[in-house]
Design a protein around this ligand. Structure first.
Ligand code: NAD
Length: 486
């Protein structure tokens, strides 16, 4: 049985408690490994190693040397592409066709992109007039923040983890990563790549376990951690923020969403259908940026719903490694029970089930996996829980609207503010509506088109701070001003 151990100070190790838990493949429900659960002792060892690394050779490296090492890490992932792909797909059940295009290549690219960002970053300077006429020069420099705790979710394990580890290391910090208990594999494997690339010991550490009263809480409560970057549920973010209050540690949060997709009658309907099928169903709906609320202008409502239904019913559920598969299972049986409870709730709340709404018949060993049908509803009120709460499954509610003001109000009527998609061929309307939407990211006539230099993050309860390109540097460094009197 495969063992997923902690990676501390460049070495794999077990927990002293000997505690382990099962790693289950969601496609088949079978146990594929044992994950070692960290106690306070292992977390403390990882934070101590990370602290020591800051004053070792890692702290002495110049930006170019550091960036060269990060390029080697990216190459190391790409050299072992298939291993990462198999590990990620076994943990999540996601199709190879998806992970080979997004998770693994983007996971590797994060190291190069942030190395390039830090290499090309500029420091501001200010000339200051003084009464003696001599003046002063102020200039700002960036220094590493220190030991960064990186707490990750299960939906895009490698990609979202390296999205944080890449900039953290590029800026000269050290990290302790707590991957999701559901998806321990790629963070563990990355330890080998770090060693092969020559990243000094203690710079990259991994501790496994759960959240409360386990590795997640022990890490975020640890006084040796200087800042915490977290992606996951809003409620977890609240708990981590409480922990971060002790010692006034900085946080960067990417949290939940209940994202709207807005389709105007003047859109290119084929593009809107294709994009909405992706935004609703990609990764089995387990994408924080995914669309769970569709608003469609009345003249095209019926046609839109009918074509979205056709697209949903054409999705191919199947084995991750089958090239024809484009819809995987949910990440776990626990998550499936949550999603199925919303499927039942939708009916109780009076929804019309356009398609799906249940569990598909899967053959052979897949029948024990965490599968659900792609699901579309209409007919719910704006206060229905299914329309207001994040479900994180392959499902959406579609509602008709009449005019722009109405749909902007509907889209913004949520505690979340992560992402939105707007479909229209009217360029003025596109800009006008995008500016009025309360969302950290708005796509017009596209979805998940990411330029990694752009600011990424959520408004309202969807997050704190922005990461991406130079915006990441604001979190992963301390900016110091130096004032020189001439
Ligand atoms: P989660 O909040 O349950 O868990 C995320 C991580 O936090 C896990 O590693 C978990 O062990 C840890 N954790 C849980 N409780 C903790 C605690 N009290 N202290 C410290 N750590 C704790 O989230 P999830 O179910 O893994 O991921 C799905 C959620 O993530 C969804 O809400 C989704 O919208 C969100 N998400 C957001 C983004 C974004 O960029 N905004 C991206 C991906 C996922």
């Amino acid at each position: 049985m495969k063992q997923f151990q902690h990676f501390i100070n460049g070495t794999y190790c077990e927990s002293t408690s000997g505690k382990t838990f099962d790693n289950v493949a969601p496609a088949t429900g079978s146990v594929i490994g044992q994950v070692h659960e960290a106690g306070r002792e292992e977390v403390d060892a990882a934070v101590t190693a990370a602290r020591a690394a800051l004053s070792s050779e890692w702290g002495e490296l110049g930006v170019d040397q550091r960036c060269e090492l990060l390029y080697r890490v990216a190459d190391g992932i790409n050299n072992r592409f298939n291993e990462f792909l198999e590990a990620e797909c076994a943990d999540t059940g996601k199709p190879y066709s998806l992970a080979s295009q997004i998770d693994i290549p983007r996971g590797a690219a994060n190291f190069k992109i942030f190395a390039d960002t830090i290499r090309n970053s500029v420091n501001k300077s200010f000339q200051t007039a003084t009464p003696d006429g001599q003046g002063a020069i102020n200039y700002a420099i960036h220094v590493p923040k220190g030991v960064i705790a990186v707490v990750c979710p299960w939906n895009l394990p490698l990609l979202l983890m390296t999205w944080k580890v890449g900039p953290a290391l590029a800026c000269g910090n050290s990290v302790v990563v707590k991957p999701s208990e559901e998806t321990p594999a790629t963070a563990t494997l990355l330890g080998e790549v770090m060693n092969e690339a020559g990243i000094p010991k203690g710079v990259y550490n991994v501790v496994h376990g759960f959240g409360p009263q386990s590795a997640g809480a022990f890490l975020t409560e640890h006084s040796g951690v200087d800042a915490i970057t977290f992606t996951g549920e809003t409620r977890t973010g609240e708990a981590i923020m409480r922990a971060a209050a002790d010692g006034v540690r900085d946080v960067s949060f990417e949290l939940g969403g209940k994202n709207p997709g807005i389709v105007f009658a003047d859109c290119d309907l084929a593009k809107a259908i294709e994009g909405s099928l992706r935004s609703v169903f990609a990764n089995c709906g387990q994408v924080c940026l995914g669309t769970e609320r569709m608003y469609v202008q009345r003249p095209i409502f019926d046609e839109f719903v009918s074509r979205l239904k056709d697209g949903a019913e054409a999705l191919r559920l199947g084995r991750p490694e089958d090239p024809a598969t484009n819809l995987g299972p949910l990440v776990s049986e626990t998550h499936r029970q949550k999603v199925l409870s919303y499927f039942r709730l939708a009916v109780d709340e009076g929804a019309t089930v356009v398609c799906g709404g249940g569990v598909p018949d899967m053959e052979d060993d897949l029948s024990a996996g965490s599968w659900v049908q792609p699901t579309i509803w209409t007919g719910l009120g704006d206060d229905a829980r299914v329309v207001r709460e994040e479900i994180f499954g392959p499902c959406c509610h579609v509602r008709a609207f009449d005019d722009e003001d109405e749909v902007v109000a509907l889209a913004n009527d949520t505690e979340y503010g992560l992402a939105a998609a707007v479909w229209t061929e009217n360029v003025s309307r596109a800009h006008r509506v995008a500016a009025r939407l309360e969302a950290g990211v708005t796509w017009v006539n596209s979805w998940f088109l990411r330029d990694l230099r752009t600011p990424f993050g959520g408004m309202k309860q969807s997050g704190i701070g922005r990461e991406g390109g130079e915006y990441s540097l604001e979190f992963y460094t301390e900016t110091k001003n130096i004032c020189v009197k001439l």
